[in-house]
Design a protein around this ligand. Sequence first.
Ligand code: VG1
Ligand code: CO
Length: 543
Amino acid sequence: MPGHIVQTAPIPGQKPGTSGLRKTTREFQAPHFLENYVQAIWNGIGGVAGKTLVLGGDGRYFNAEAAQVVLRMAAASGAARVIVGQGALLSTPAASHLIRKRGTDGGIILSASHNPGGPEGDFGVKYNGPNGGPATEEVTDRIFAATQAITDYAMLDAQDVDLSTLGETRLGQMVVEVVDPVADYAALMAEIFDFEAIRALLARGFRLHFDAMHAITGPYAKAILEDTLGAAPGSVVNGTPSPDFGGGHPDPNPIWAKELVDRMMGPDAPDFGAASDGDGDRNMIMGRGIYVTPSDSLAVLAANATRVPAYADGLAGVARSMPTSRALDRVAEALSIDCYETPTGWKFFGNLLDAGRATLCGEESAGTGSDHVREKDGLWAVLFWLNILADSRASVADLMADHWARFGRHYYSRHDYEAVDTAAAKGVMDALRARLADLPGTTAAGRQIAFADEFSYDDPVDGSHSAGQGLRVGFTDGARLVIRLSGTGTVGATLRVYLEAFVPGPEGLDRDPQEALAPMIAAAEALAEIATRTGRTAPDVIT
Ligand code: VG1
Ligand code: CO
């Protein structure tokens, strides 16, 4: 092998979080940091000799350089073939699809998702398995163990591969196959949805506005929404991926996608608005004058799934992460299908999807997906909505009003406290955890507590157990409060407070969520003492 072995030593802090290893770009650029982690992935999955992998990223700063390192290291360790998106680009759902379609042994996704990019931003590396989904906890643990035991890594001595030209080349003995990052994904979407119906909707003058937030979905959205479905040119904005996402924060929520919100709430708003995140797996849905919470969006998709050709026969079951609102549960009940509750992070849906127990899955953090891939999928969710709107001929606002009238409304909001002192954040969790057993039967901010526990999950498919997945307090009127620490942040700790209150209707379905949730906000403060313990009197981000 025209390569060499580099002596190294374990680097602290290489524990993968909710979605792969995510660190500041500077940390990733430090000597051996990326190489150690990539070698630990190879070691954790039993080597890559003879294997075929998919490789791509969201185009953020350091994406191109990191892709070359991964290629040289795959070649040095004997991989047979790496299928790379042109320009080292692939959205997360497109990478998942490619792994499945080509039957590869897995793939590497270079992304820190919704975290900002650039030399002062964040970078990330994620390994997905042969099913196309994020590595399970078991595999993740093995990779982490490998980061702690590493002594050396193998590196091929070679120049950069040209990733700008489609086709096959060789790097040492390994084949590098450069593919169009959009084509296979676009073909999959055409198989799932009624493109004719969506085309007809757009031809009727329905106006849509998709904000790609200078991230990876730009080329996908332009190809599918504008070129294939006939949305007016310019319907996709901020559609050219940039290494620092135009200096923005590619997180599709009302704070970071404010430009879109202003447009949709303003005069002359289009009929439908949407945005996606850095790596294209999240979605934000808006109608004229209305923001649809991700939890509600998931419930609406489930309730209307049979309008979409791929789901016309109905859903096998549905799943949501624990903090996601229980709006989905009500739909599942009406449909007489199972609704699974999993820990935060897409890796927990994989087994349910593989086993055919769930067809649709979702998270409150703007992630929705189905068994078509093993990741959440931003553009898929947008097309799902367009398919529903085309078929129902209703507006987003009317659809939501009908949904709430039928199922009741789960008012929902998440309050994030970012870059909190790590010890203080841990103090909040420890203090509340210590009180959990005594809470049932007592009241907080005038509401009676029905249950309080720390969520843990037993995977119904492989029996694996995941503990410590968030503290939850349920109230007798159906309201709920959840608190957990983020596993994707890179500075200090991020405390997430999830607030939910249920109104059965017909009265009170049309309130402002923050106002409707005011008693829950007070209850959260009373129970978790966030202000006292962290010195923070207001959240940094409200979604
Ligand atoms: C967050 C979200 C979680 C999501 C994860 C990855 O994790 O809460 O629902 O799966 O990000 O999303 P955490 O641990 O920070 O709460 V993405 O778009 O980064 O791949
Ligand atoms: Co993402």
